[in-house]
Design a protein around this ligand. Structure first.
Ligand SMILES: *Cc1c(COP(=O)(O)O)cnc(C)c1O
Length: 374
């Protein structure tokens, strides 16, 4: 019988992913996935506990925080927090300015969690005075949720300013830092965040399969029995991990977890979040420079942009089609992302993952050659 491919027969990736996750990962991250793991063995559980500890350290230097890993894509972790944290007699205020903010509201609606949506539109940030007023006027609001980097546009939301308002009003604060955690320096304590959510396949540069929640422990402790879901019960998942030293309640994505542990080591050897932020920022600056020189216009003004992902207006030319442009770039080794803004024609290019400034320089050359409508 013929065996499956041997390792040295596996071809390299044919293109770089300039996408907000899954993203291009290093050879090292892919390589450690070659071992199979037993979920109740100490070797594996030690890896899990190490990850949990490191995540808390990445989130804050302050004591009193803990972390929980949750199976599924990032949305599963957001859903886990929304449905486990907000009591049925509480109410969640969702501050949205893009698809991911709106998704939090959709989760609340589908799962019967009382909520109120404040939508500031895709190219505007929520107005602090407005948030203050909502919280002043509605004492039934117990929780506030906001996205940090709104991946729809690449908008970086002012989570610290909003956190101050939320804390002044004594409410619980949930931050979806999915696409920014590990890529932009942040401190949960100074943000005032009680829950911070992210996933394996974004700025930590792992592969997809699980998300994670870093939570203020005394806040999490109060949520026992609140969850409206079994598999997404954040409290129960946390308790099992705590009491059984890194055990997950149900089958965990073992290869993904091992890859993530390696990705965290690579983050450390790169010089930590500050250095990674520098690399992403350089990528972003080069991208803007190169694309503007070719006549492309970024969607957002400079002060709103993040180094994570950048939206550009589609060229205003009758022959331009995203599909064809995408195909040309893919042939030269780059995969970009379609736009997600509702009423405007855009496309997006991600700067995160195993992507370096020289890749962006090569990209802008490839873009120049892919402009078939010129
Ligand atoms: C990626 C992302 C998510 C989660 O998306 P999944 O497809 O479920 O992984 C949530 N919020 C933001 C801001 C994201 O960028």
């Amino acid at each position: 019988m013929k065996r499956h491919l041997k390792i040295d027969e596996i071809p390299d990736n044919p293109y770089l992913l300039l996408t907000p996750g899954p993203l291009s990962t290093s050879k090292g991250v892919k390589n450690v996935m070659l071992q199979d793991w037993c979920t109740w063995d100490k070797d594996y559980n030690t890896i899990v506990q190490n990850i949990r500890k490191k995540l808390v350290q990445l989130a804050t230097n302050t004591e009193g925080y803990t972390s929980v890993l949750m199976q599924g894509s990032g949305t599963f972790s957001v859903e886990s927090v929304v449905t486990s944290a907000v009591p049925r007699d509480g109410k969640l205020l969702v501050l949205a300015n893009g698809a991911y903010g709106l998704r939090i509201a959709t989760i609340a609606q589908r799962c019967g969690v009382p909520y109120q949506l404040s939508n500031s539109g895709e190219v505007e940030i929520p107005e602090p005075g407005h948030i203050s007023r909502i919280l002043d006027e509605d004492p039934s609001i117990t929780h506030v949720a906001m996205v940090h980097c709104e991946t729809t546009t690449g908008m970086l939301n002012p989570i610290e300013t909003v956190g101050e308002i939320v804390k002044d009003h004594n409410r619980i604060y949930i931050v979806d830092a999915m696409s920014s955690f590990g890529g932009i320096p942040m401190d949960m304590e100074s943000i005032g965040a009680d829950y911070l959510v992210s996933s394996a396949n974004k700025c930590i540069q792992g592969v997809p399969g699980f998300g994670f929640v870093i939570a203020k422990q005394n806040v999490l402790e109060e949520t026992k029995g609140r969850a409206g879901s079994l598999s997404l019960d954040l409290y129960d998942q946390w308790q099992t991990m705590e009491q059984h030293s890194g055990k997950w309640r149900f089958t965990s994505p073992t290869h993904t977890v091992r890859a993530f542990a390696h990705a965290l080591e690579e983050l450390e050897s790169e010089g930590g979040v500050a250095k990674r932020y520098e690399r992403y920022s350089t990528n972003h600056d080069l991208l803007i420079q190169g694309m503007e020189a070719l006549g492309f216009v970024p969607l957002l003004p400079k002060m709103y942009r993040s180094p994570i992902i950048t939206s550009f207006y589609s060229p205003n030319h009758p022959e331009y089609q995203f599909k064809r442009f995408y195909g040309e770039l893919k042939k030269s080794g780059f995969v970009i992302y379609p736009g997600k803004v509702t009423n405007l024609d855009t496309f997006r290019i991600g700067n995160i993952g195993e992507i370096y400034p020289e890749d962006i320089t090569r990209l802008t050359k490839a873009v120049k050659s892919a402009m078939y409508w010129k």
